[in-house]
Design a protein around this ligand. Structure first.
Ligand code: BGC
Length: 391
């Protein structure tokens, strides 16, 4: 592998500071120096180490803004400049952003792809230019030039989403043990965007967990929509999910005796679209009052408030500060002429090769552990949870 080796004096020593810097602010913390880093090269604060291109998919979801900010802060603390770009969920925009990072001579690329299958040409060019590529959270597929992948255990995230649905319905208790509750419960199922490799892992983990309960009649899917080719939500869009939920309700529930008991949702934005559709069709109150159990992912602040208010039942917390730390660590390893340390070398086959990966753990958030998981760790403050928005 021919990577340009950067003479980043002290970069190794700076790593300790990097990790501290990345862990400093919570998800809602903003760094003024990154504000508006949507176009052009962001000069950053230090330049002796070279420039790293960081391509994030969108600013419509707060997690990606937090990821971008945390990666940028960590790299800057290690002495690098950062060109941070957000792709507005538009595939050509992201491809062009990465093209221009390569043309401008970045020393490494960290990419969270919009469409994991659309970046082969960019990775060919990066390889020709000797630029290492770190795939961030979403696996870039169909290219041998993905050097490393930092992410969470995405299959397990899906298991956790399904587990939280079963807990909300009372089929499992919070320790995961069966309670003997046999339903039947009416549930509907949502998946993420088909062009995101993660969506398939979340779905597999969730369906492997739910299928036995569908088979034994504890769960019933009145719409019959149980194939990811039907349940998916293109680009993870809240409005698309709201429209599909509304259609499910008017087609299969309104005018019948059926009531929705639960909805598997793979992402908090989708969850809020589902909740709005349910409320528009007359479902009201809290889960304790009988509002359907809706799952989620990302611990977005608007959803954390809904969980505190017992309207959304659960979400999955993936600490983006830790993911950013791993991306910075992996990047510095390449720039110092080494290889990052993987903790998984079997799971993530991108269609061409198994990409060495570093996987992080995730947690299920319920109303009763918001404090211990999210507030005590500094991810959100108690005031932000109360307000339902980042301060
Ligand atoms: C990420 C999730 C996120 C989703 C939508 C996935 O690739 O892993 O954390 O909810 O994209 O942005």
């Amino acid at each position: 592998m021919k990577f340009r080796k950067i003479l980043a004096a002290g970069a190794g020593a700076a790593l300790a500071f990097t990790l501290a810097a990345c862990s400093g602010g919570g998800a809602g913390s903003t760094d003024d120096s990154t504000a508006g880093a949507t176009g052009g090269t962001d000069g950053g604060t230090a330049t002796e180490g070279g420039t790293i291109g960081v391509a994030m998919p969108t600013q419509t979801s707060e997690r990606w803004i937090a990821d971008g900010d945390a990666v940028k802060a960590g790299l800057e603390a290690a002495g690098y400049s950062v060109d941070l770009q957000f792709g507005n969920d538009d595939i050509p925009t992201q491809s062009q952003q990465i093209d221009s990072m390569i043309t401008s001579g970045v020393d490494a690329l960290i990419i969270a792809a919009i469409d994991g299958t659309a970046l082969k040409a960019q990775l060919d060019q990066a390889h020709d230019a000797g630029i290492p590529v770190i795939s961030y959270d979403r696996l870039i597929r169909d290219s041998e030039y993905v050097d490393f992948y930092v992410t969470f255990d995405n299959y397990k995230v899906g298991v956790q989403q399904a587990t939280s649905l079963l807990v909300g319905l009372g089929v499992l208790d919070e320790s995961g043990a069966e309670t003997g509750e046999a339903g039947p419960f009416n549930v509907e199922l949502f998946a993420g965007s088909l062009d995101d490799n993660n969506a398939h892992f979340f779905w597999s983990g969730a369906m492997d967990t739910l299928q036995p309960y569908i088979d034994n009649g504890t769960l019933v899917v009145p719409s019959g929509e149980m194939d990811i080719n039907v349940t998916n939500t293109q680009q993870w869009k809240q409005e698309t999910a709201q429209t599909r939920m509304d259609t499910l309700l008017t087609t299969y529930y309104v005018g019948t005796d059926l009531k929705v008991d639960g909805v598997l949702s793979p992402y908090d934005g989708i969850s809020r679209g589902i909740i709005t559709a349910l409320q528009n069709q007359g479902y009201s109150g809290t889960v304790a009052d009988g509002f359907p159990v809706v799952t989620g992912q990302d611990a977005e602040i608007a959803s954390v408030k809904l969980i505190a208010d017992d309207v959304q039942f659960a979400t999955i917390f993936k600490d983006t500060r830790k993911l950013a730390d791993q991306a910075v660590t992996a990047t510095l390893a390449y720039l110092e002429g080494g290889e990052p340390e993987a903790n998984d070398t079997t799971t993530y086959d991108n269609g061409v090769k198994v990409v060495p990966s570093y996987l992080l753990e995730s947690d299920i958030v319920y109303a009763d552990n918001i404090q211990s998981l999210l507030v005590d760790s500094g991810y959100w403050t108690a005031e932000e949870v109360e307000a339902g928005q980042a301060s």
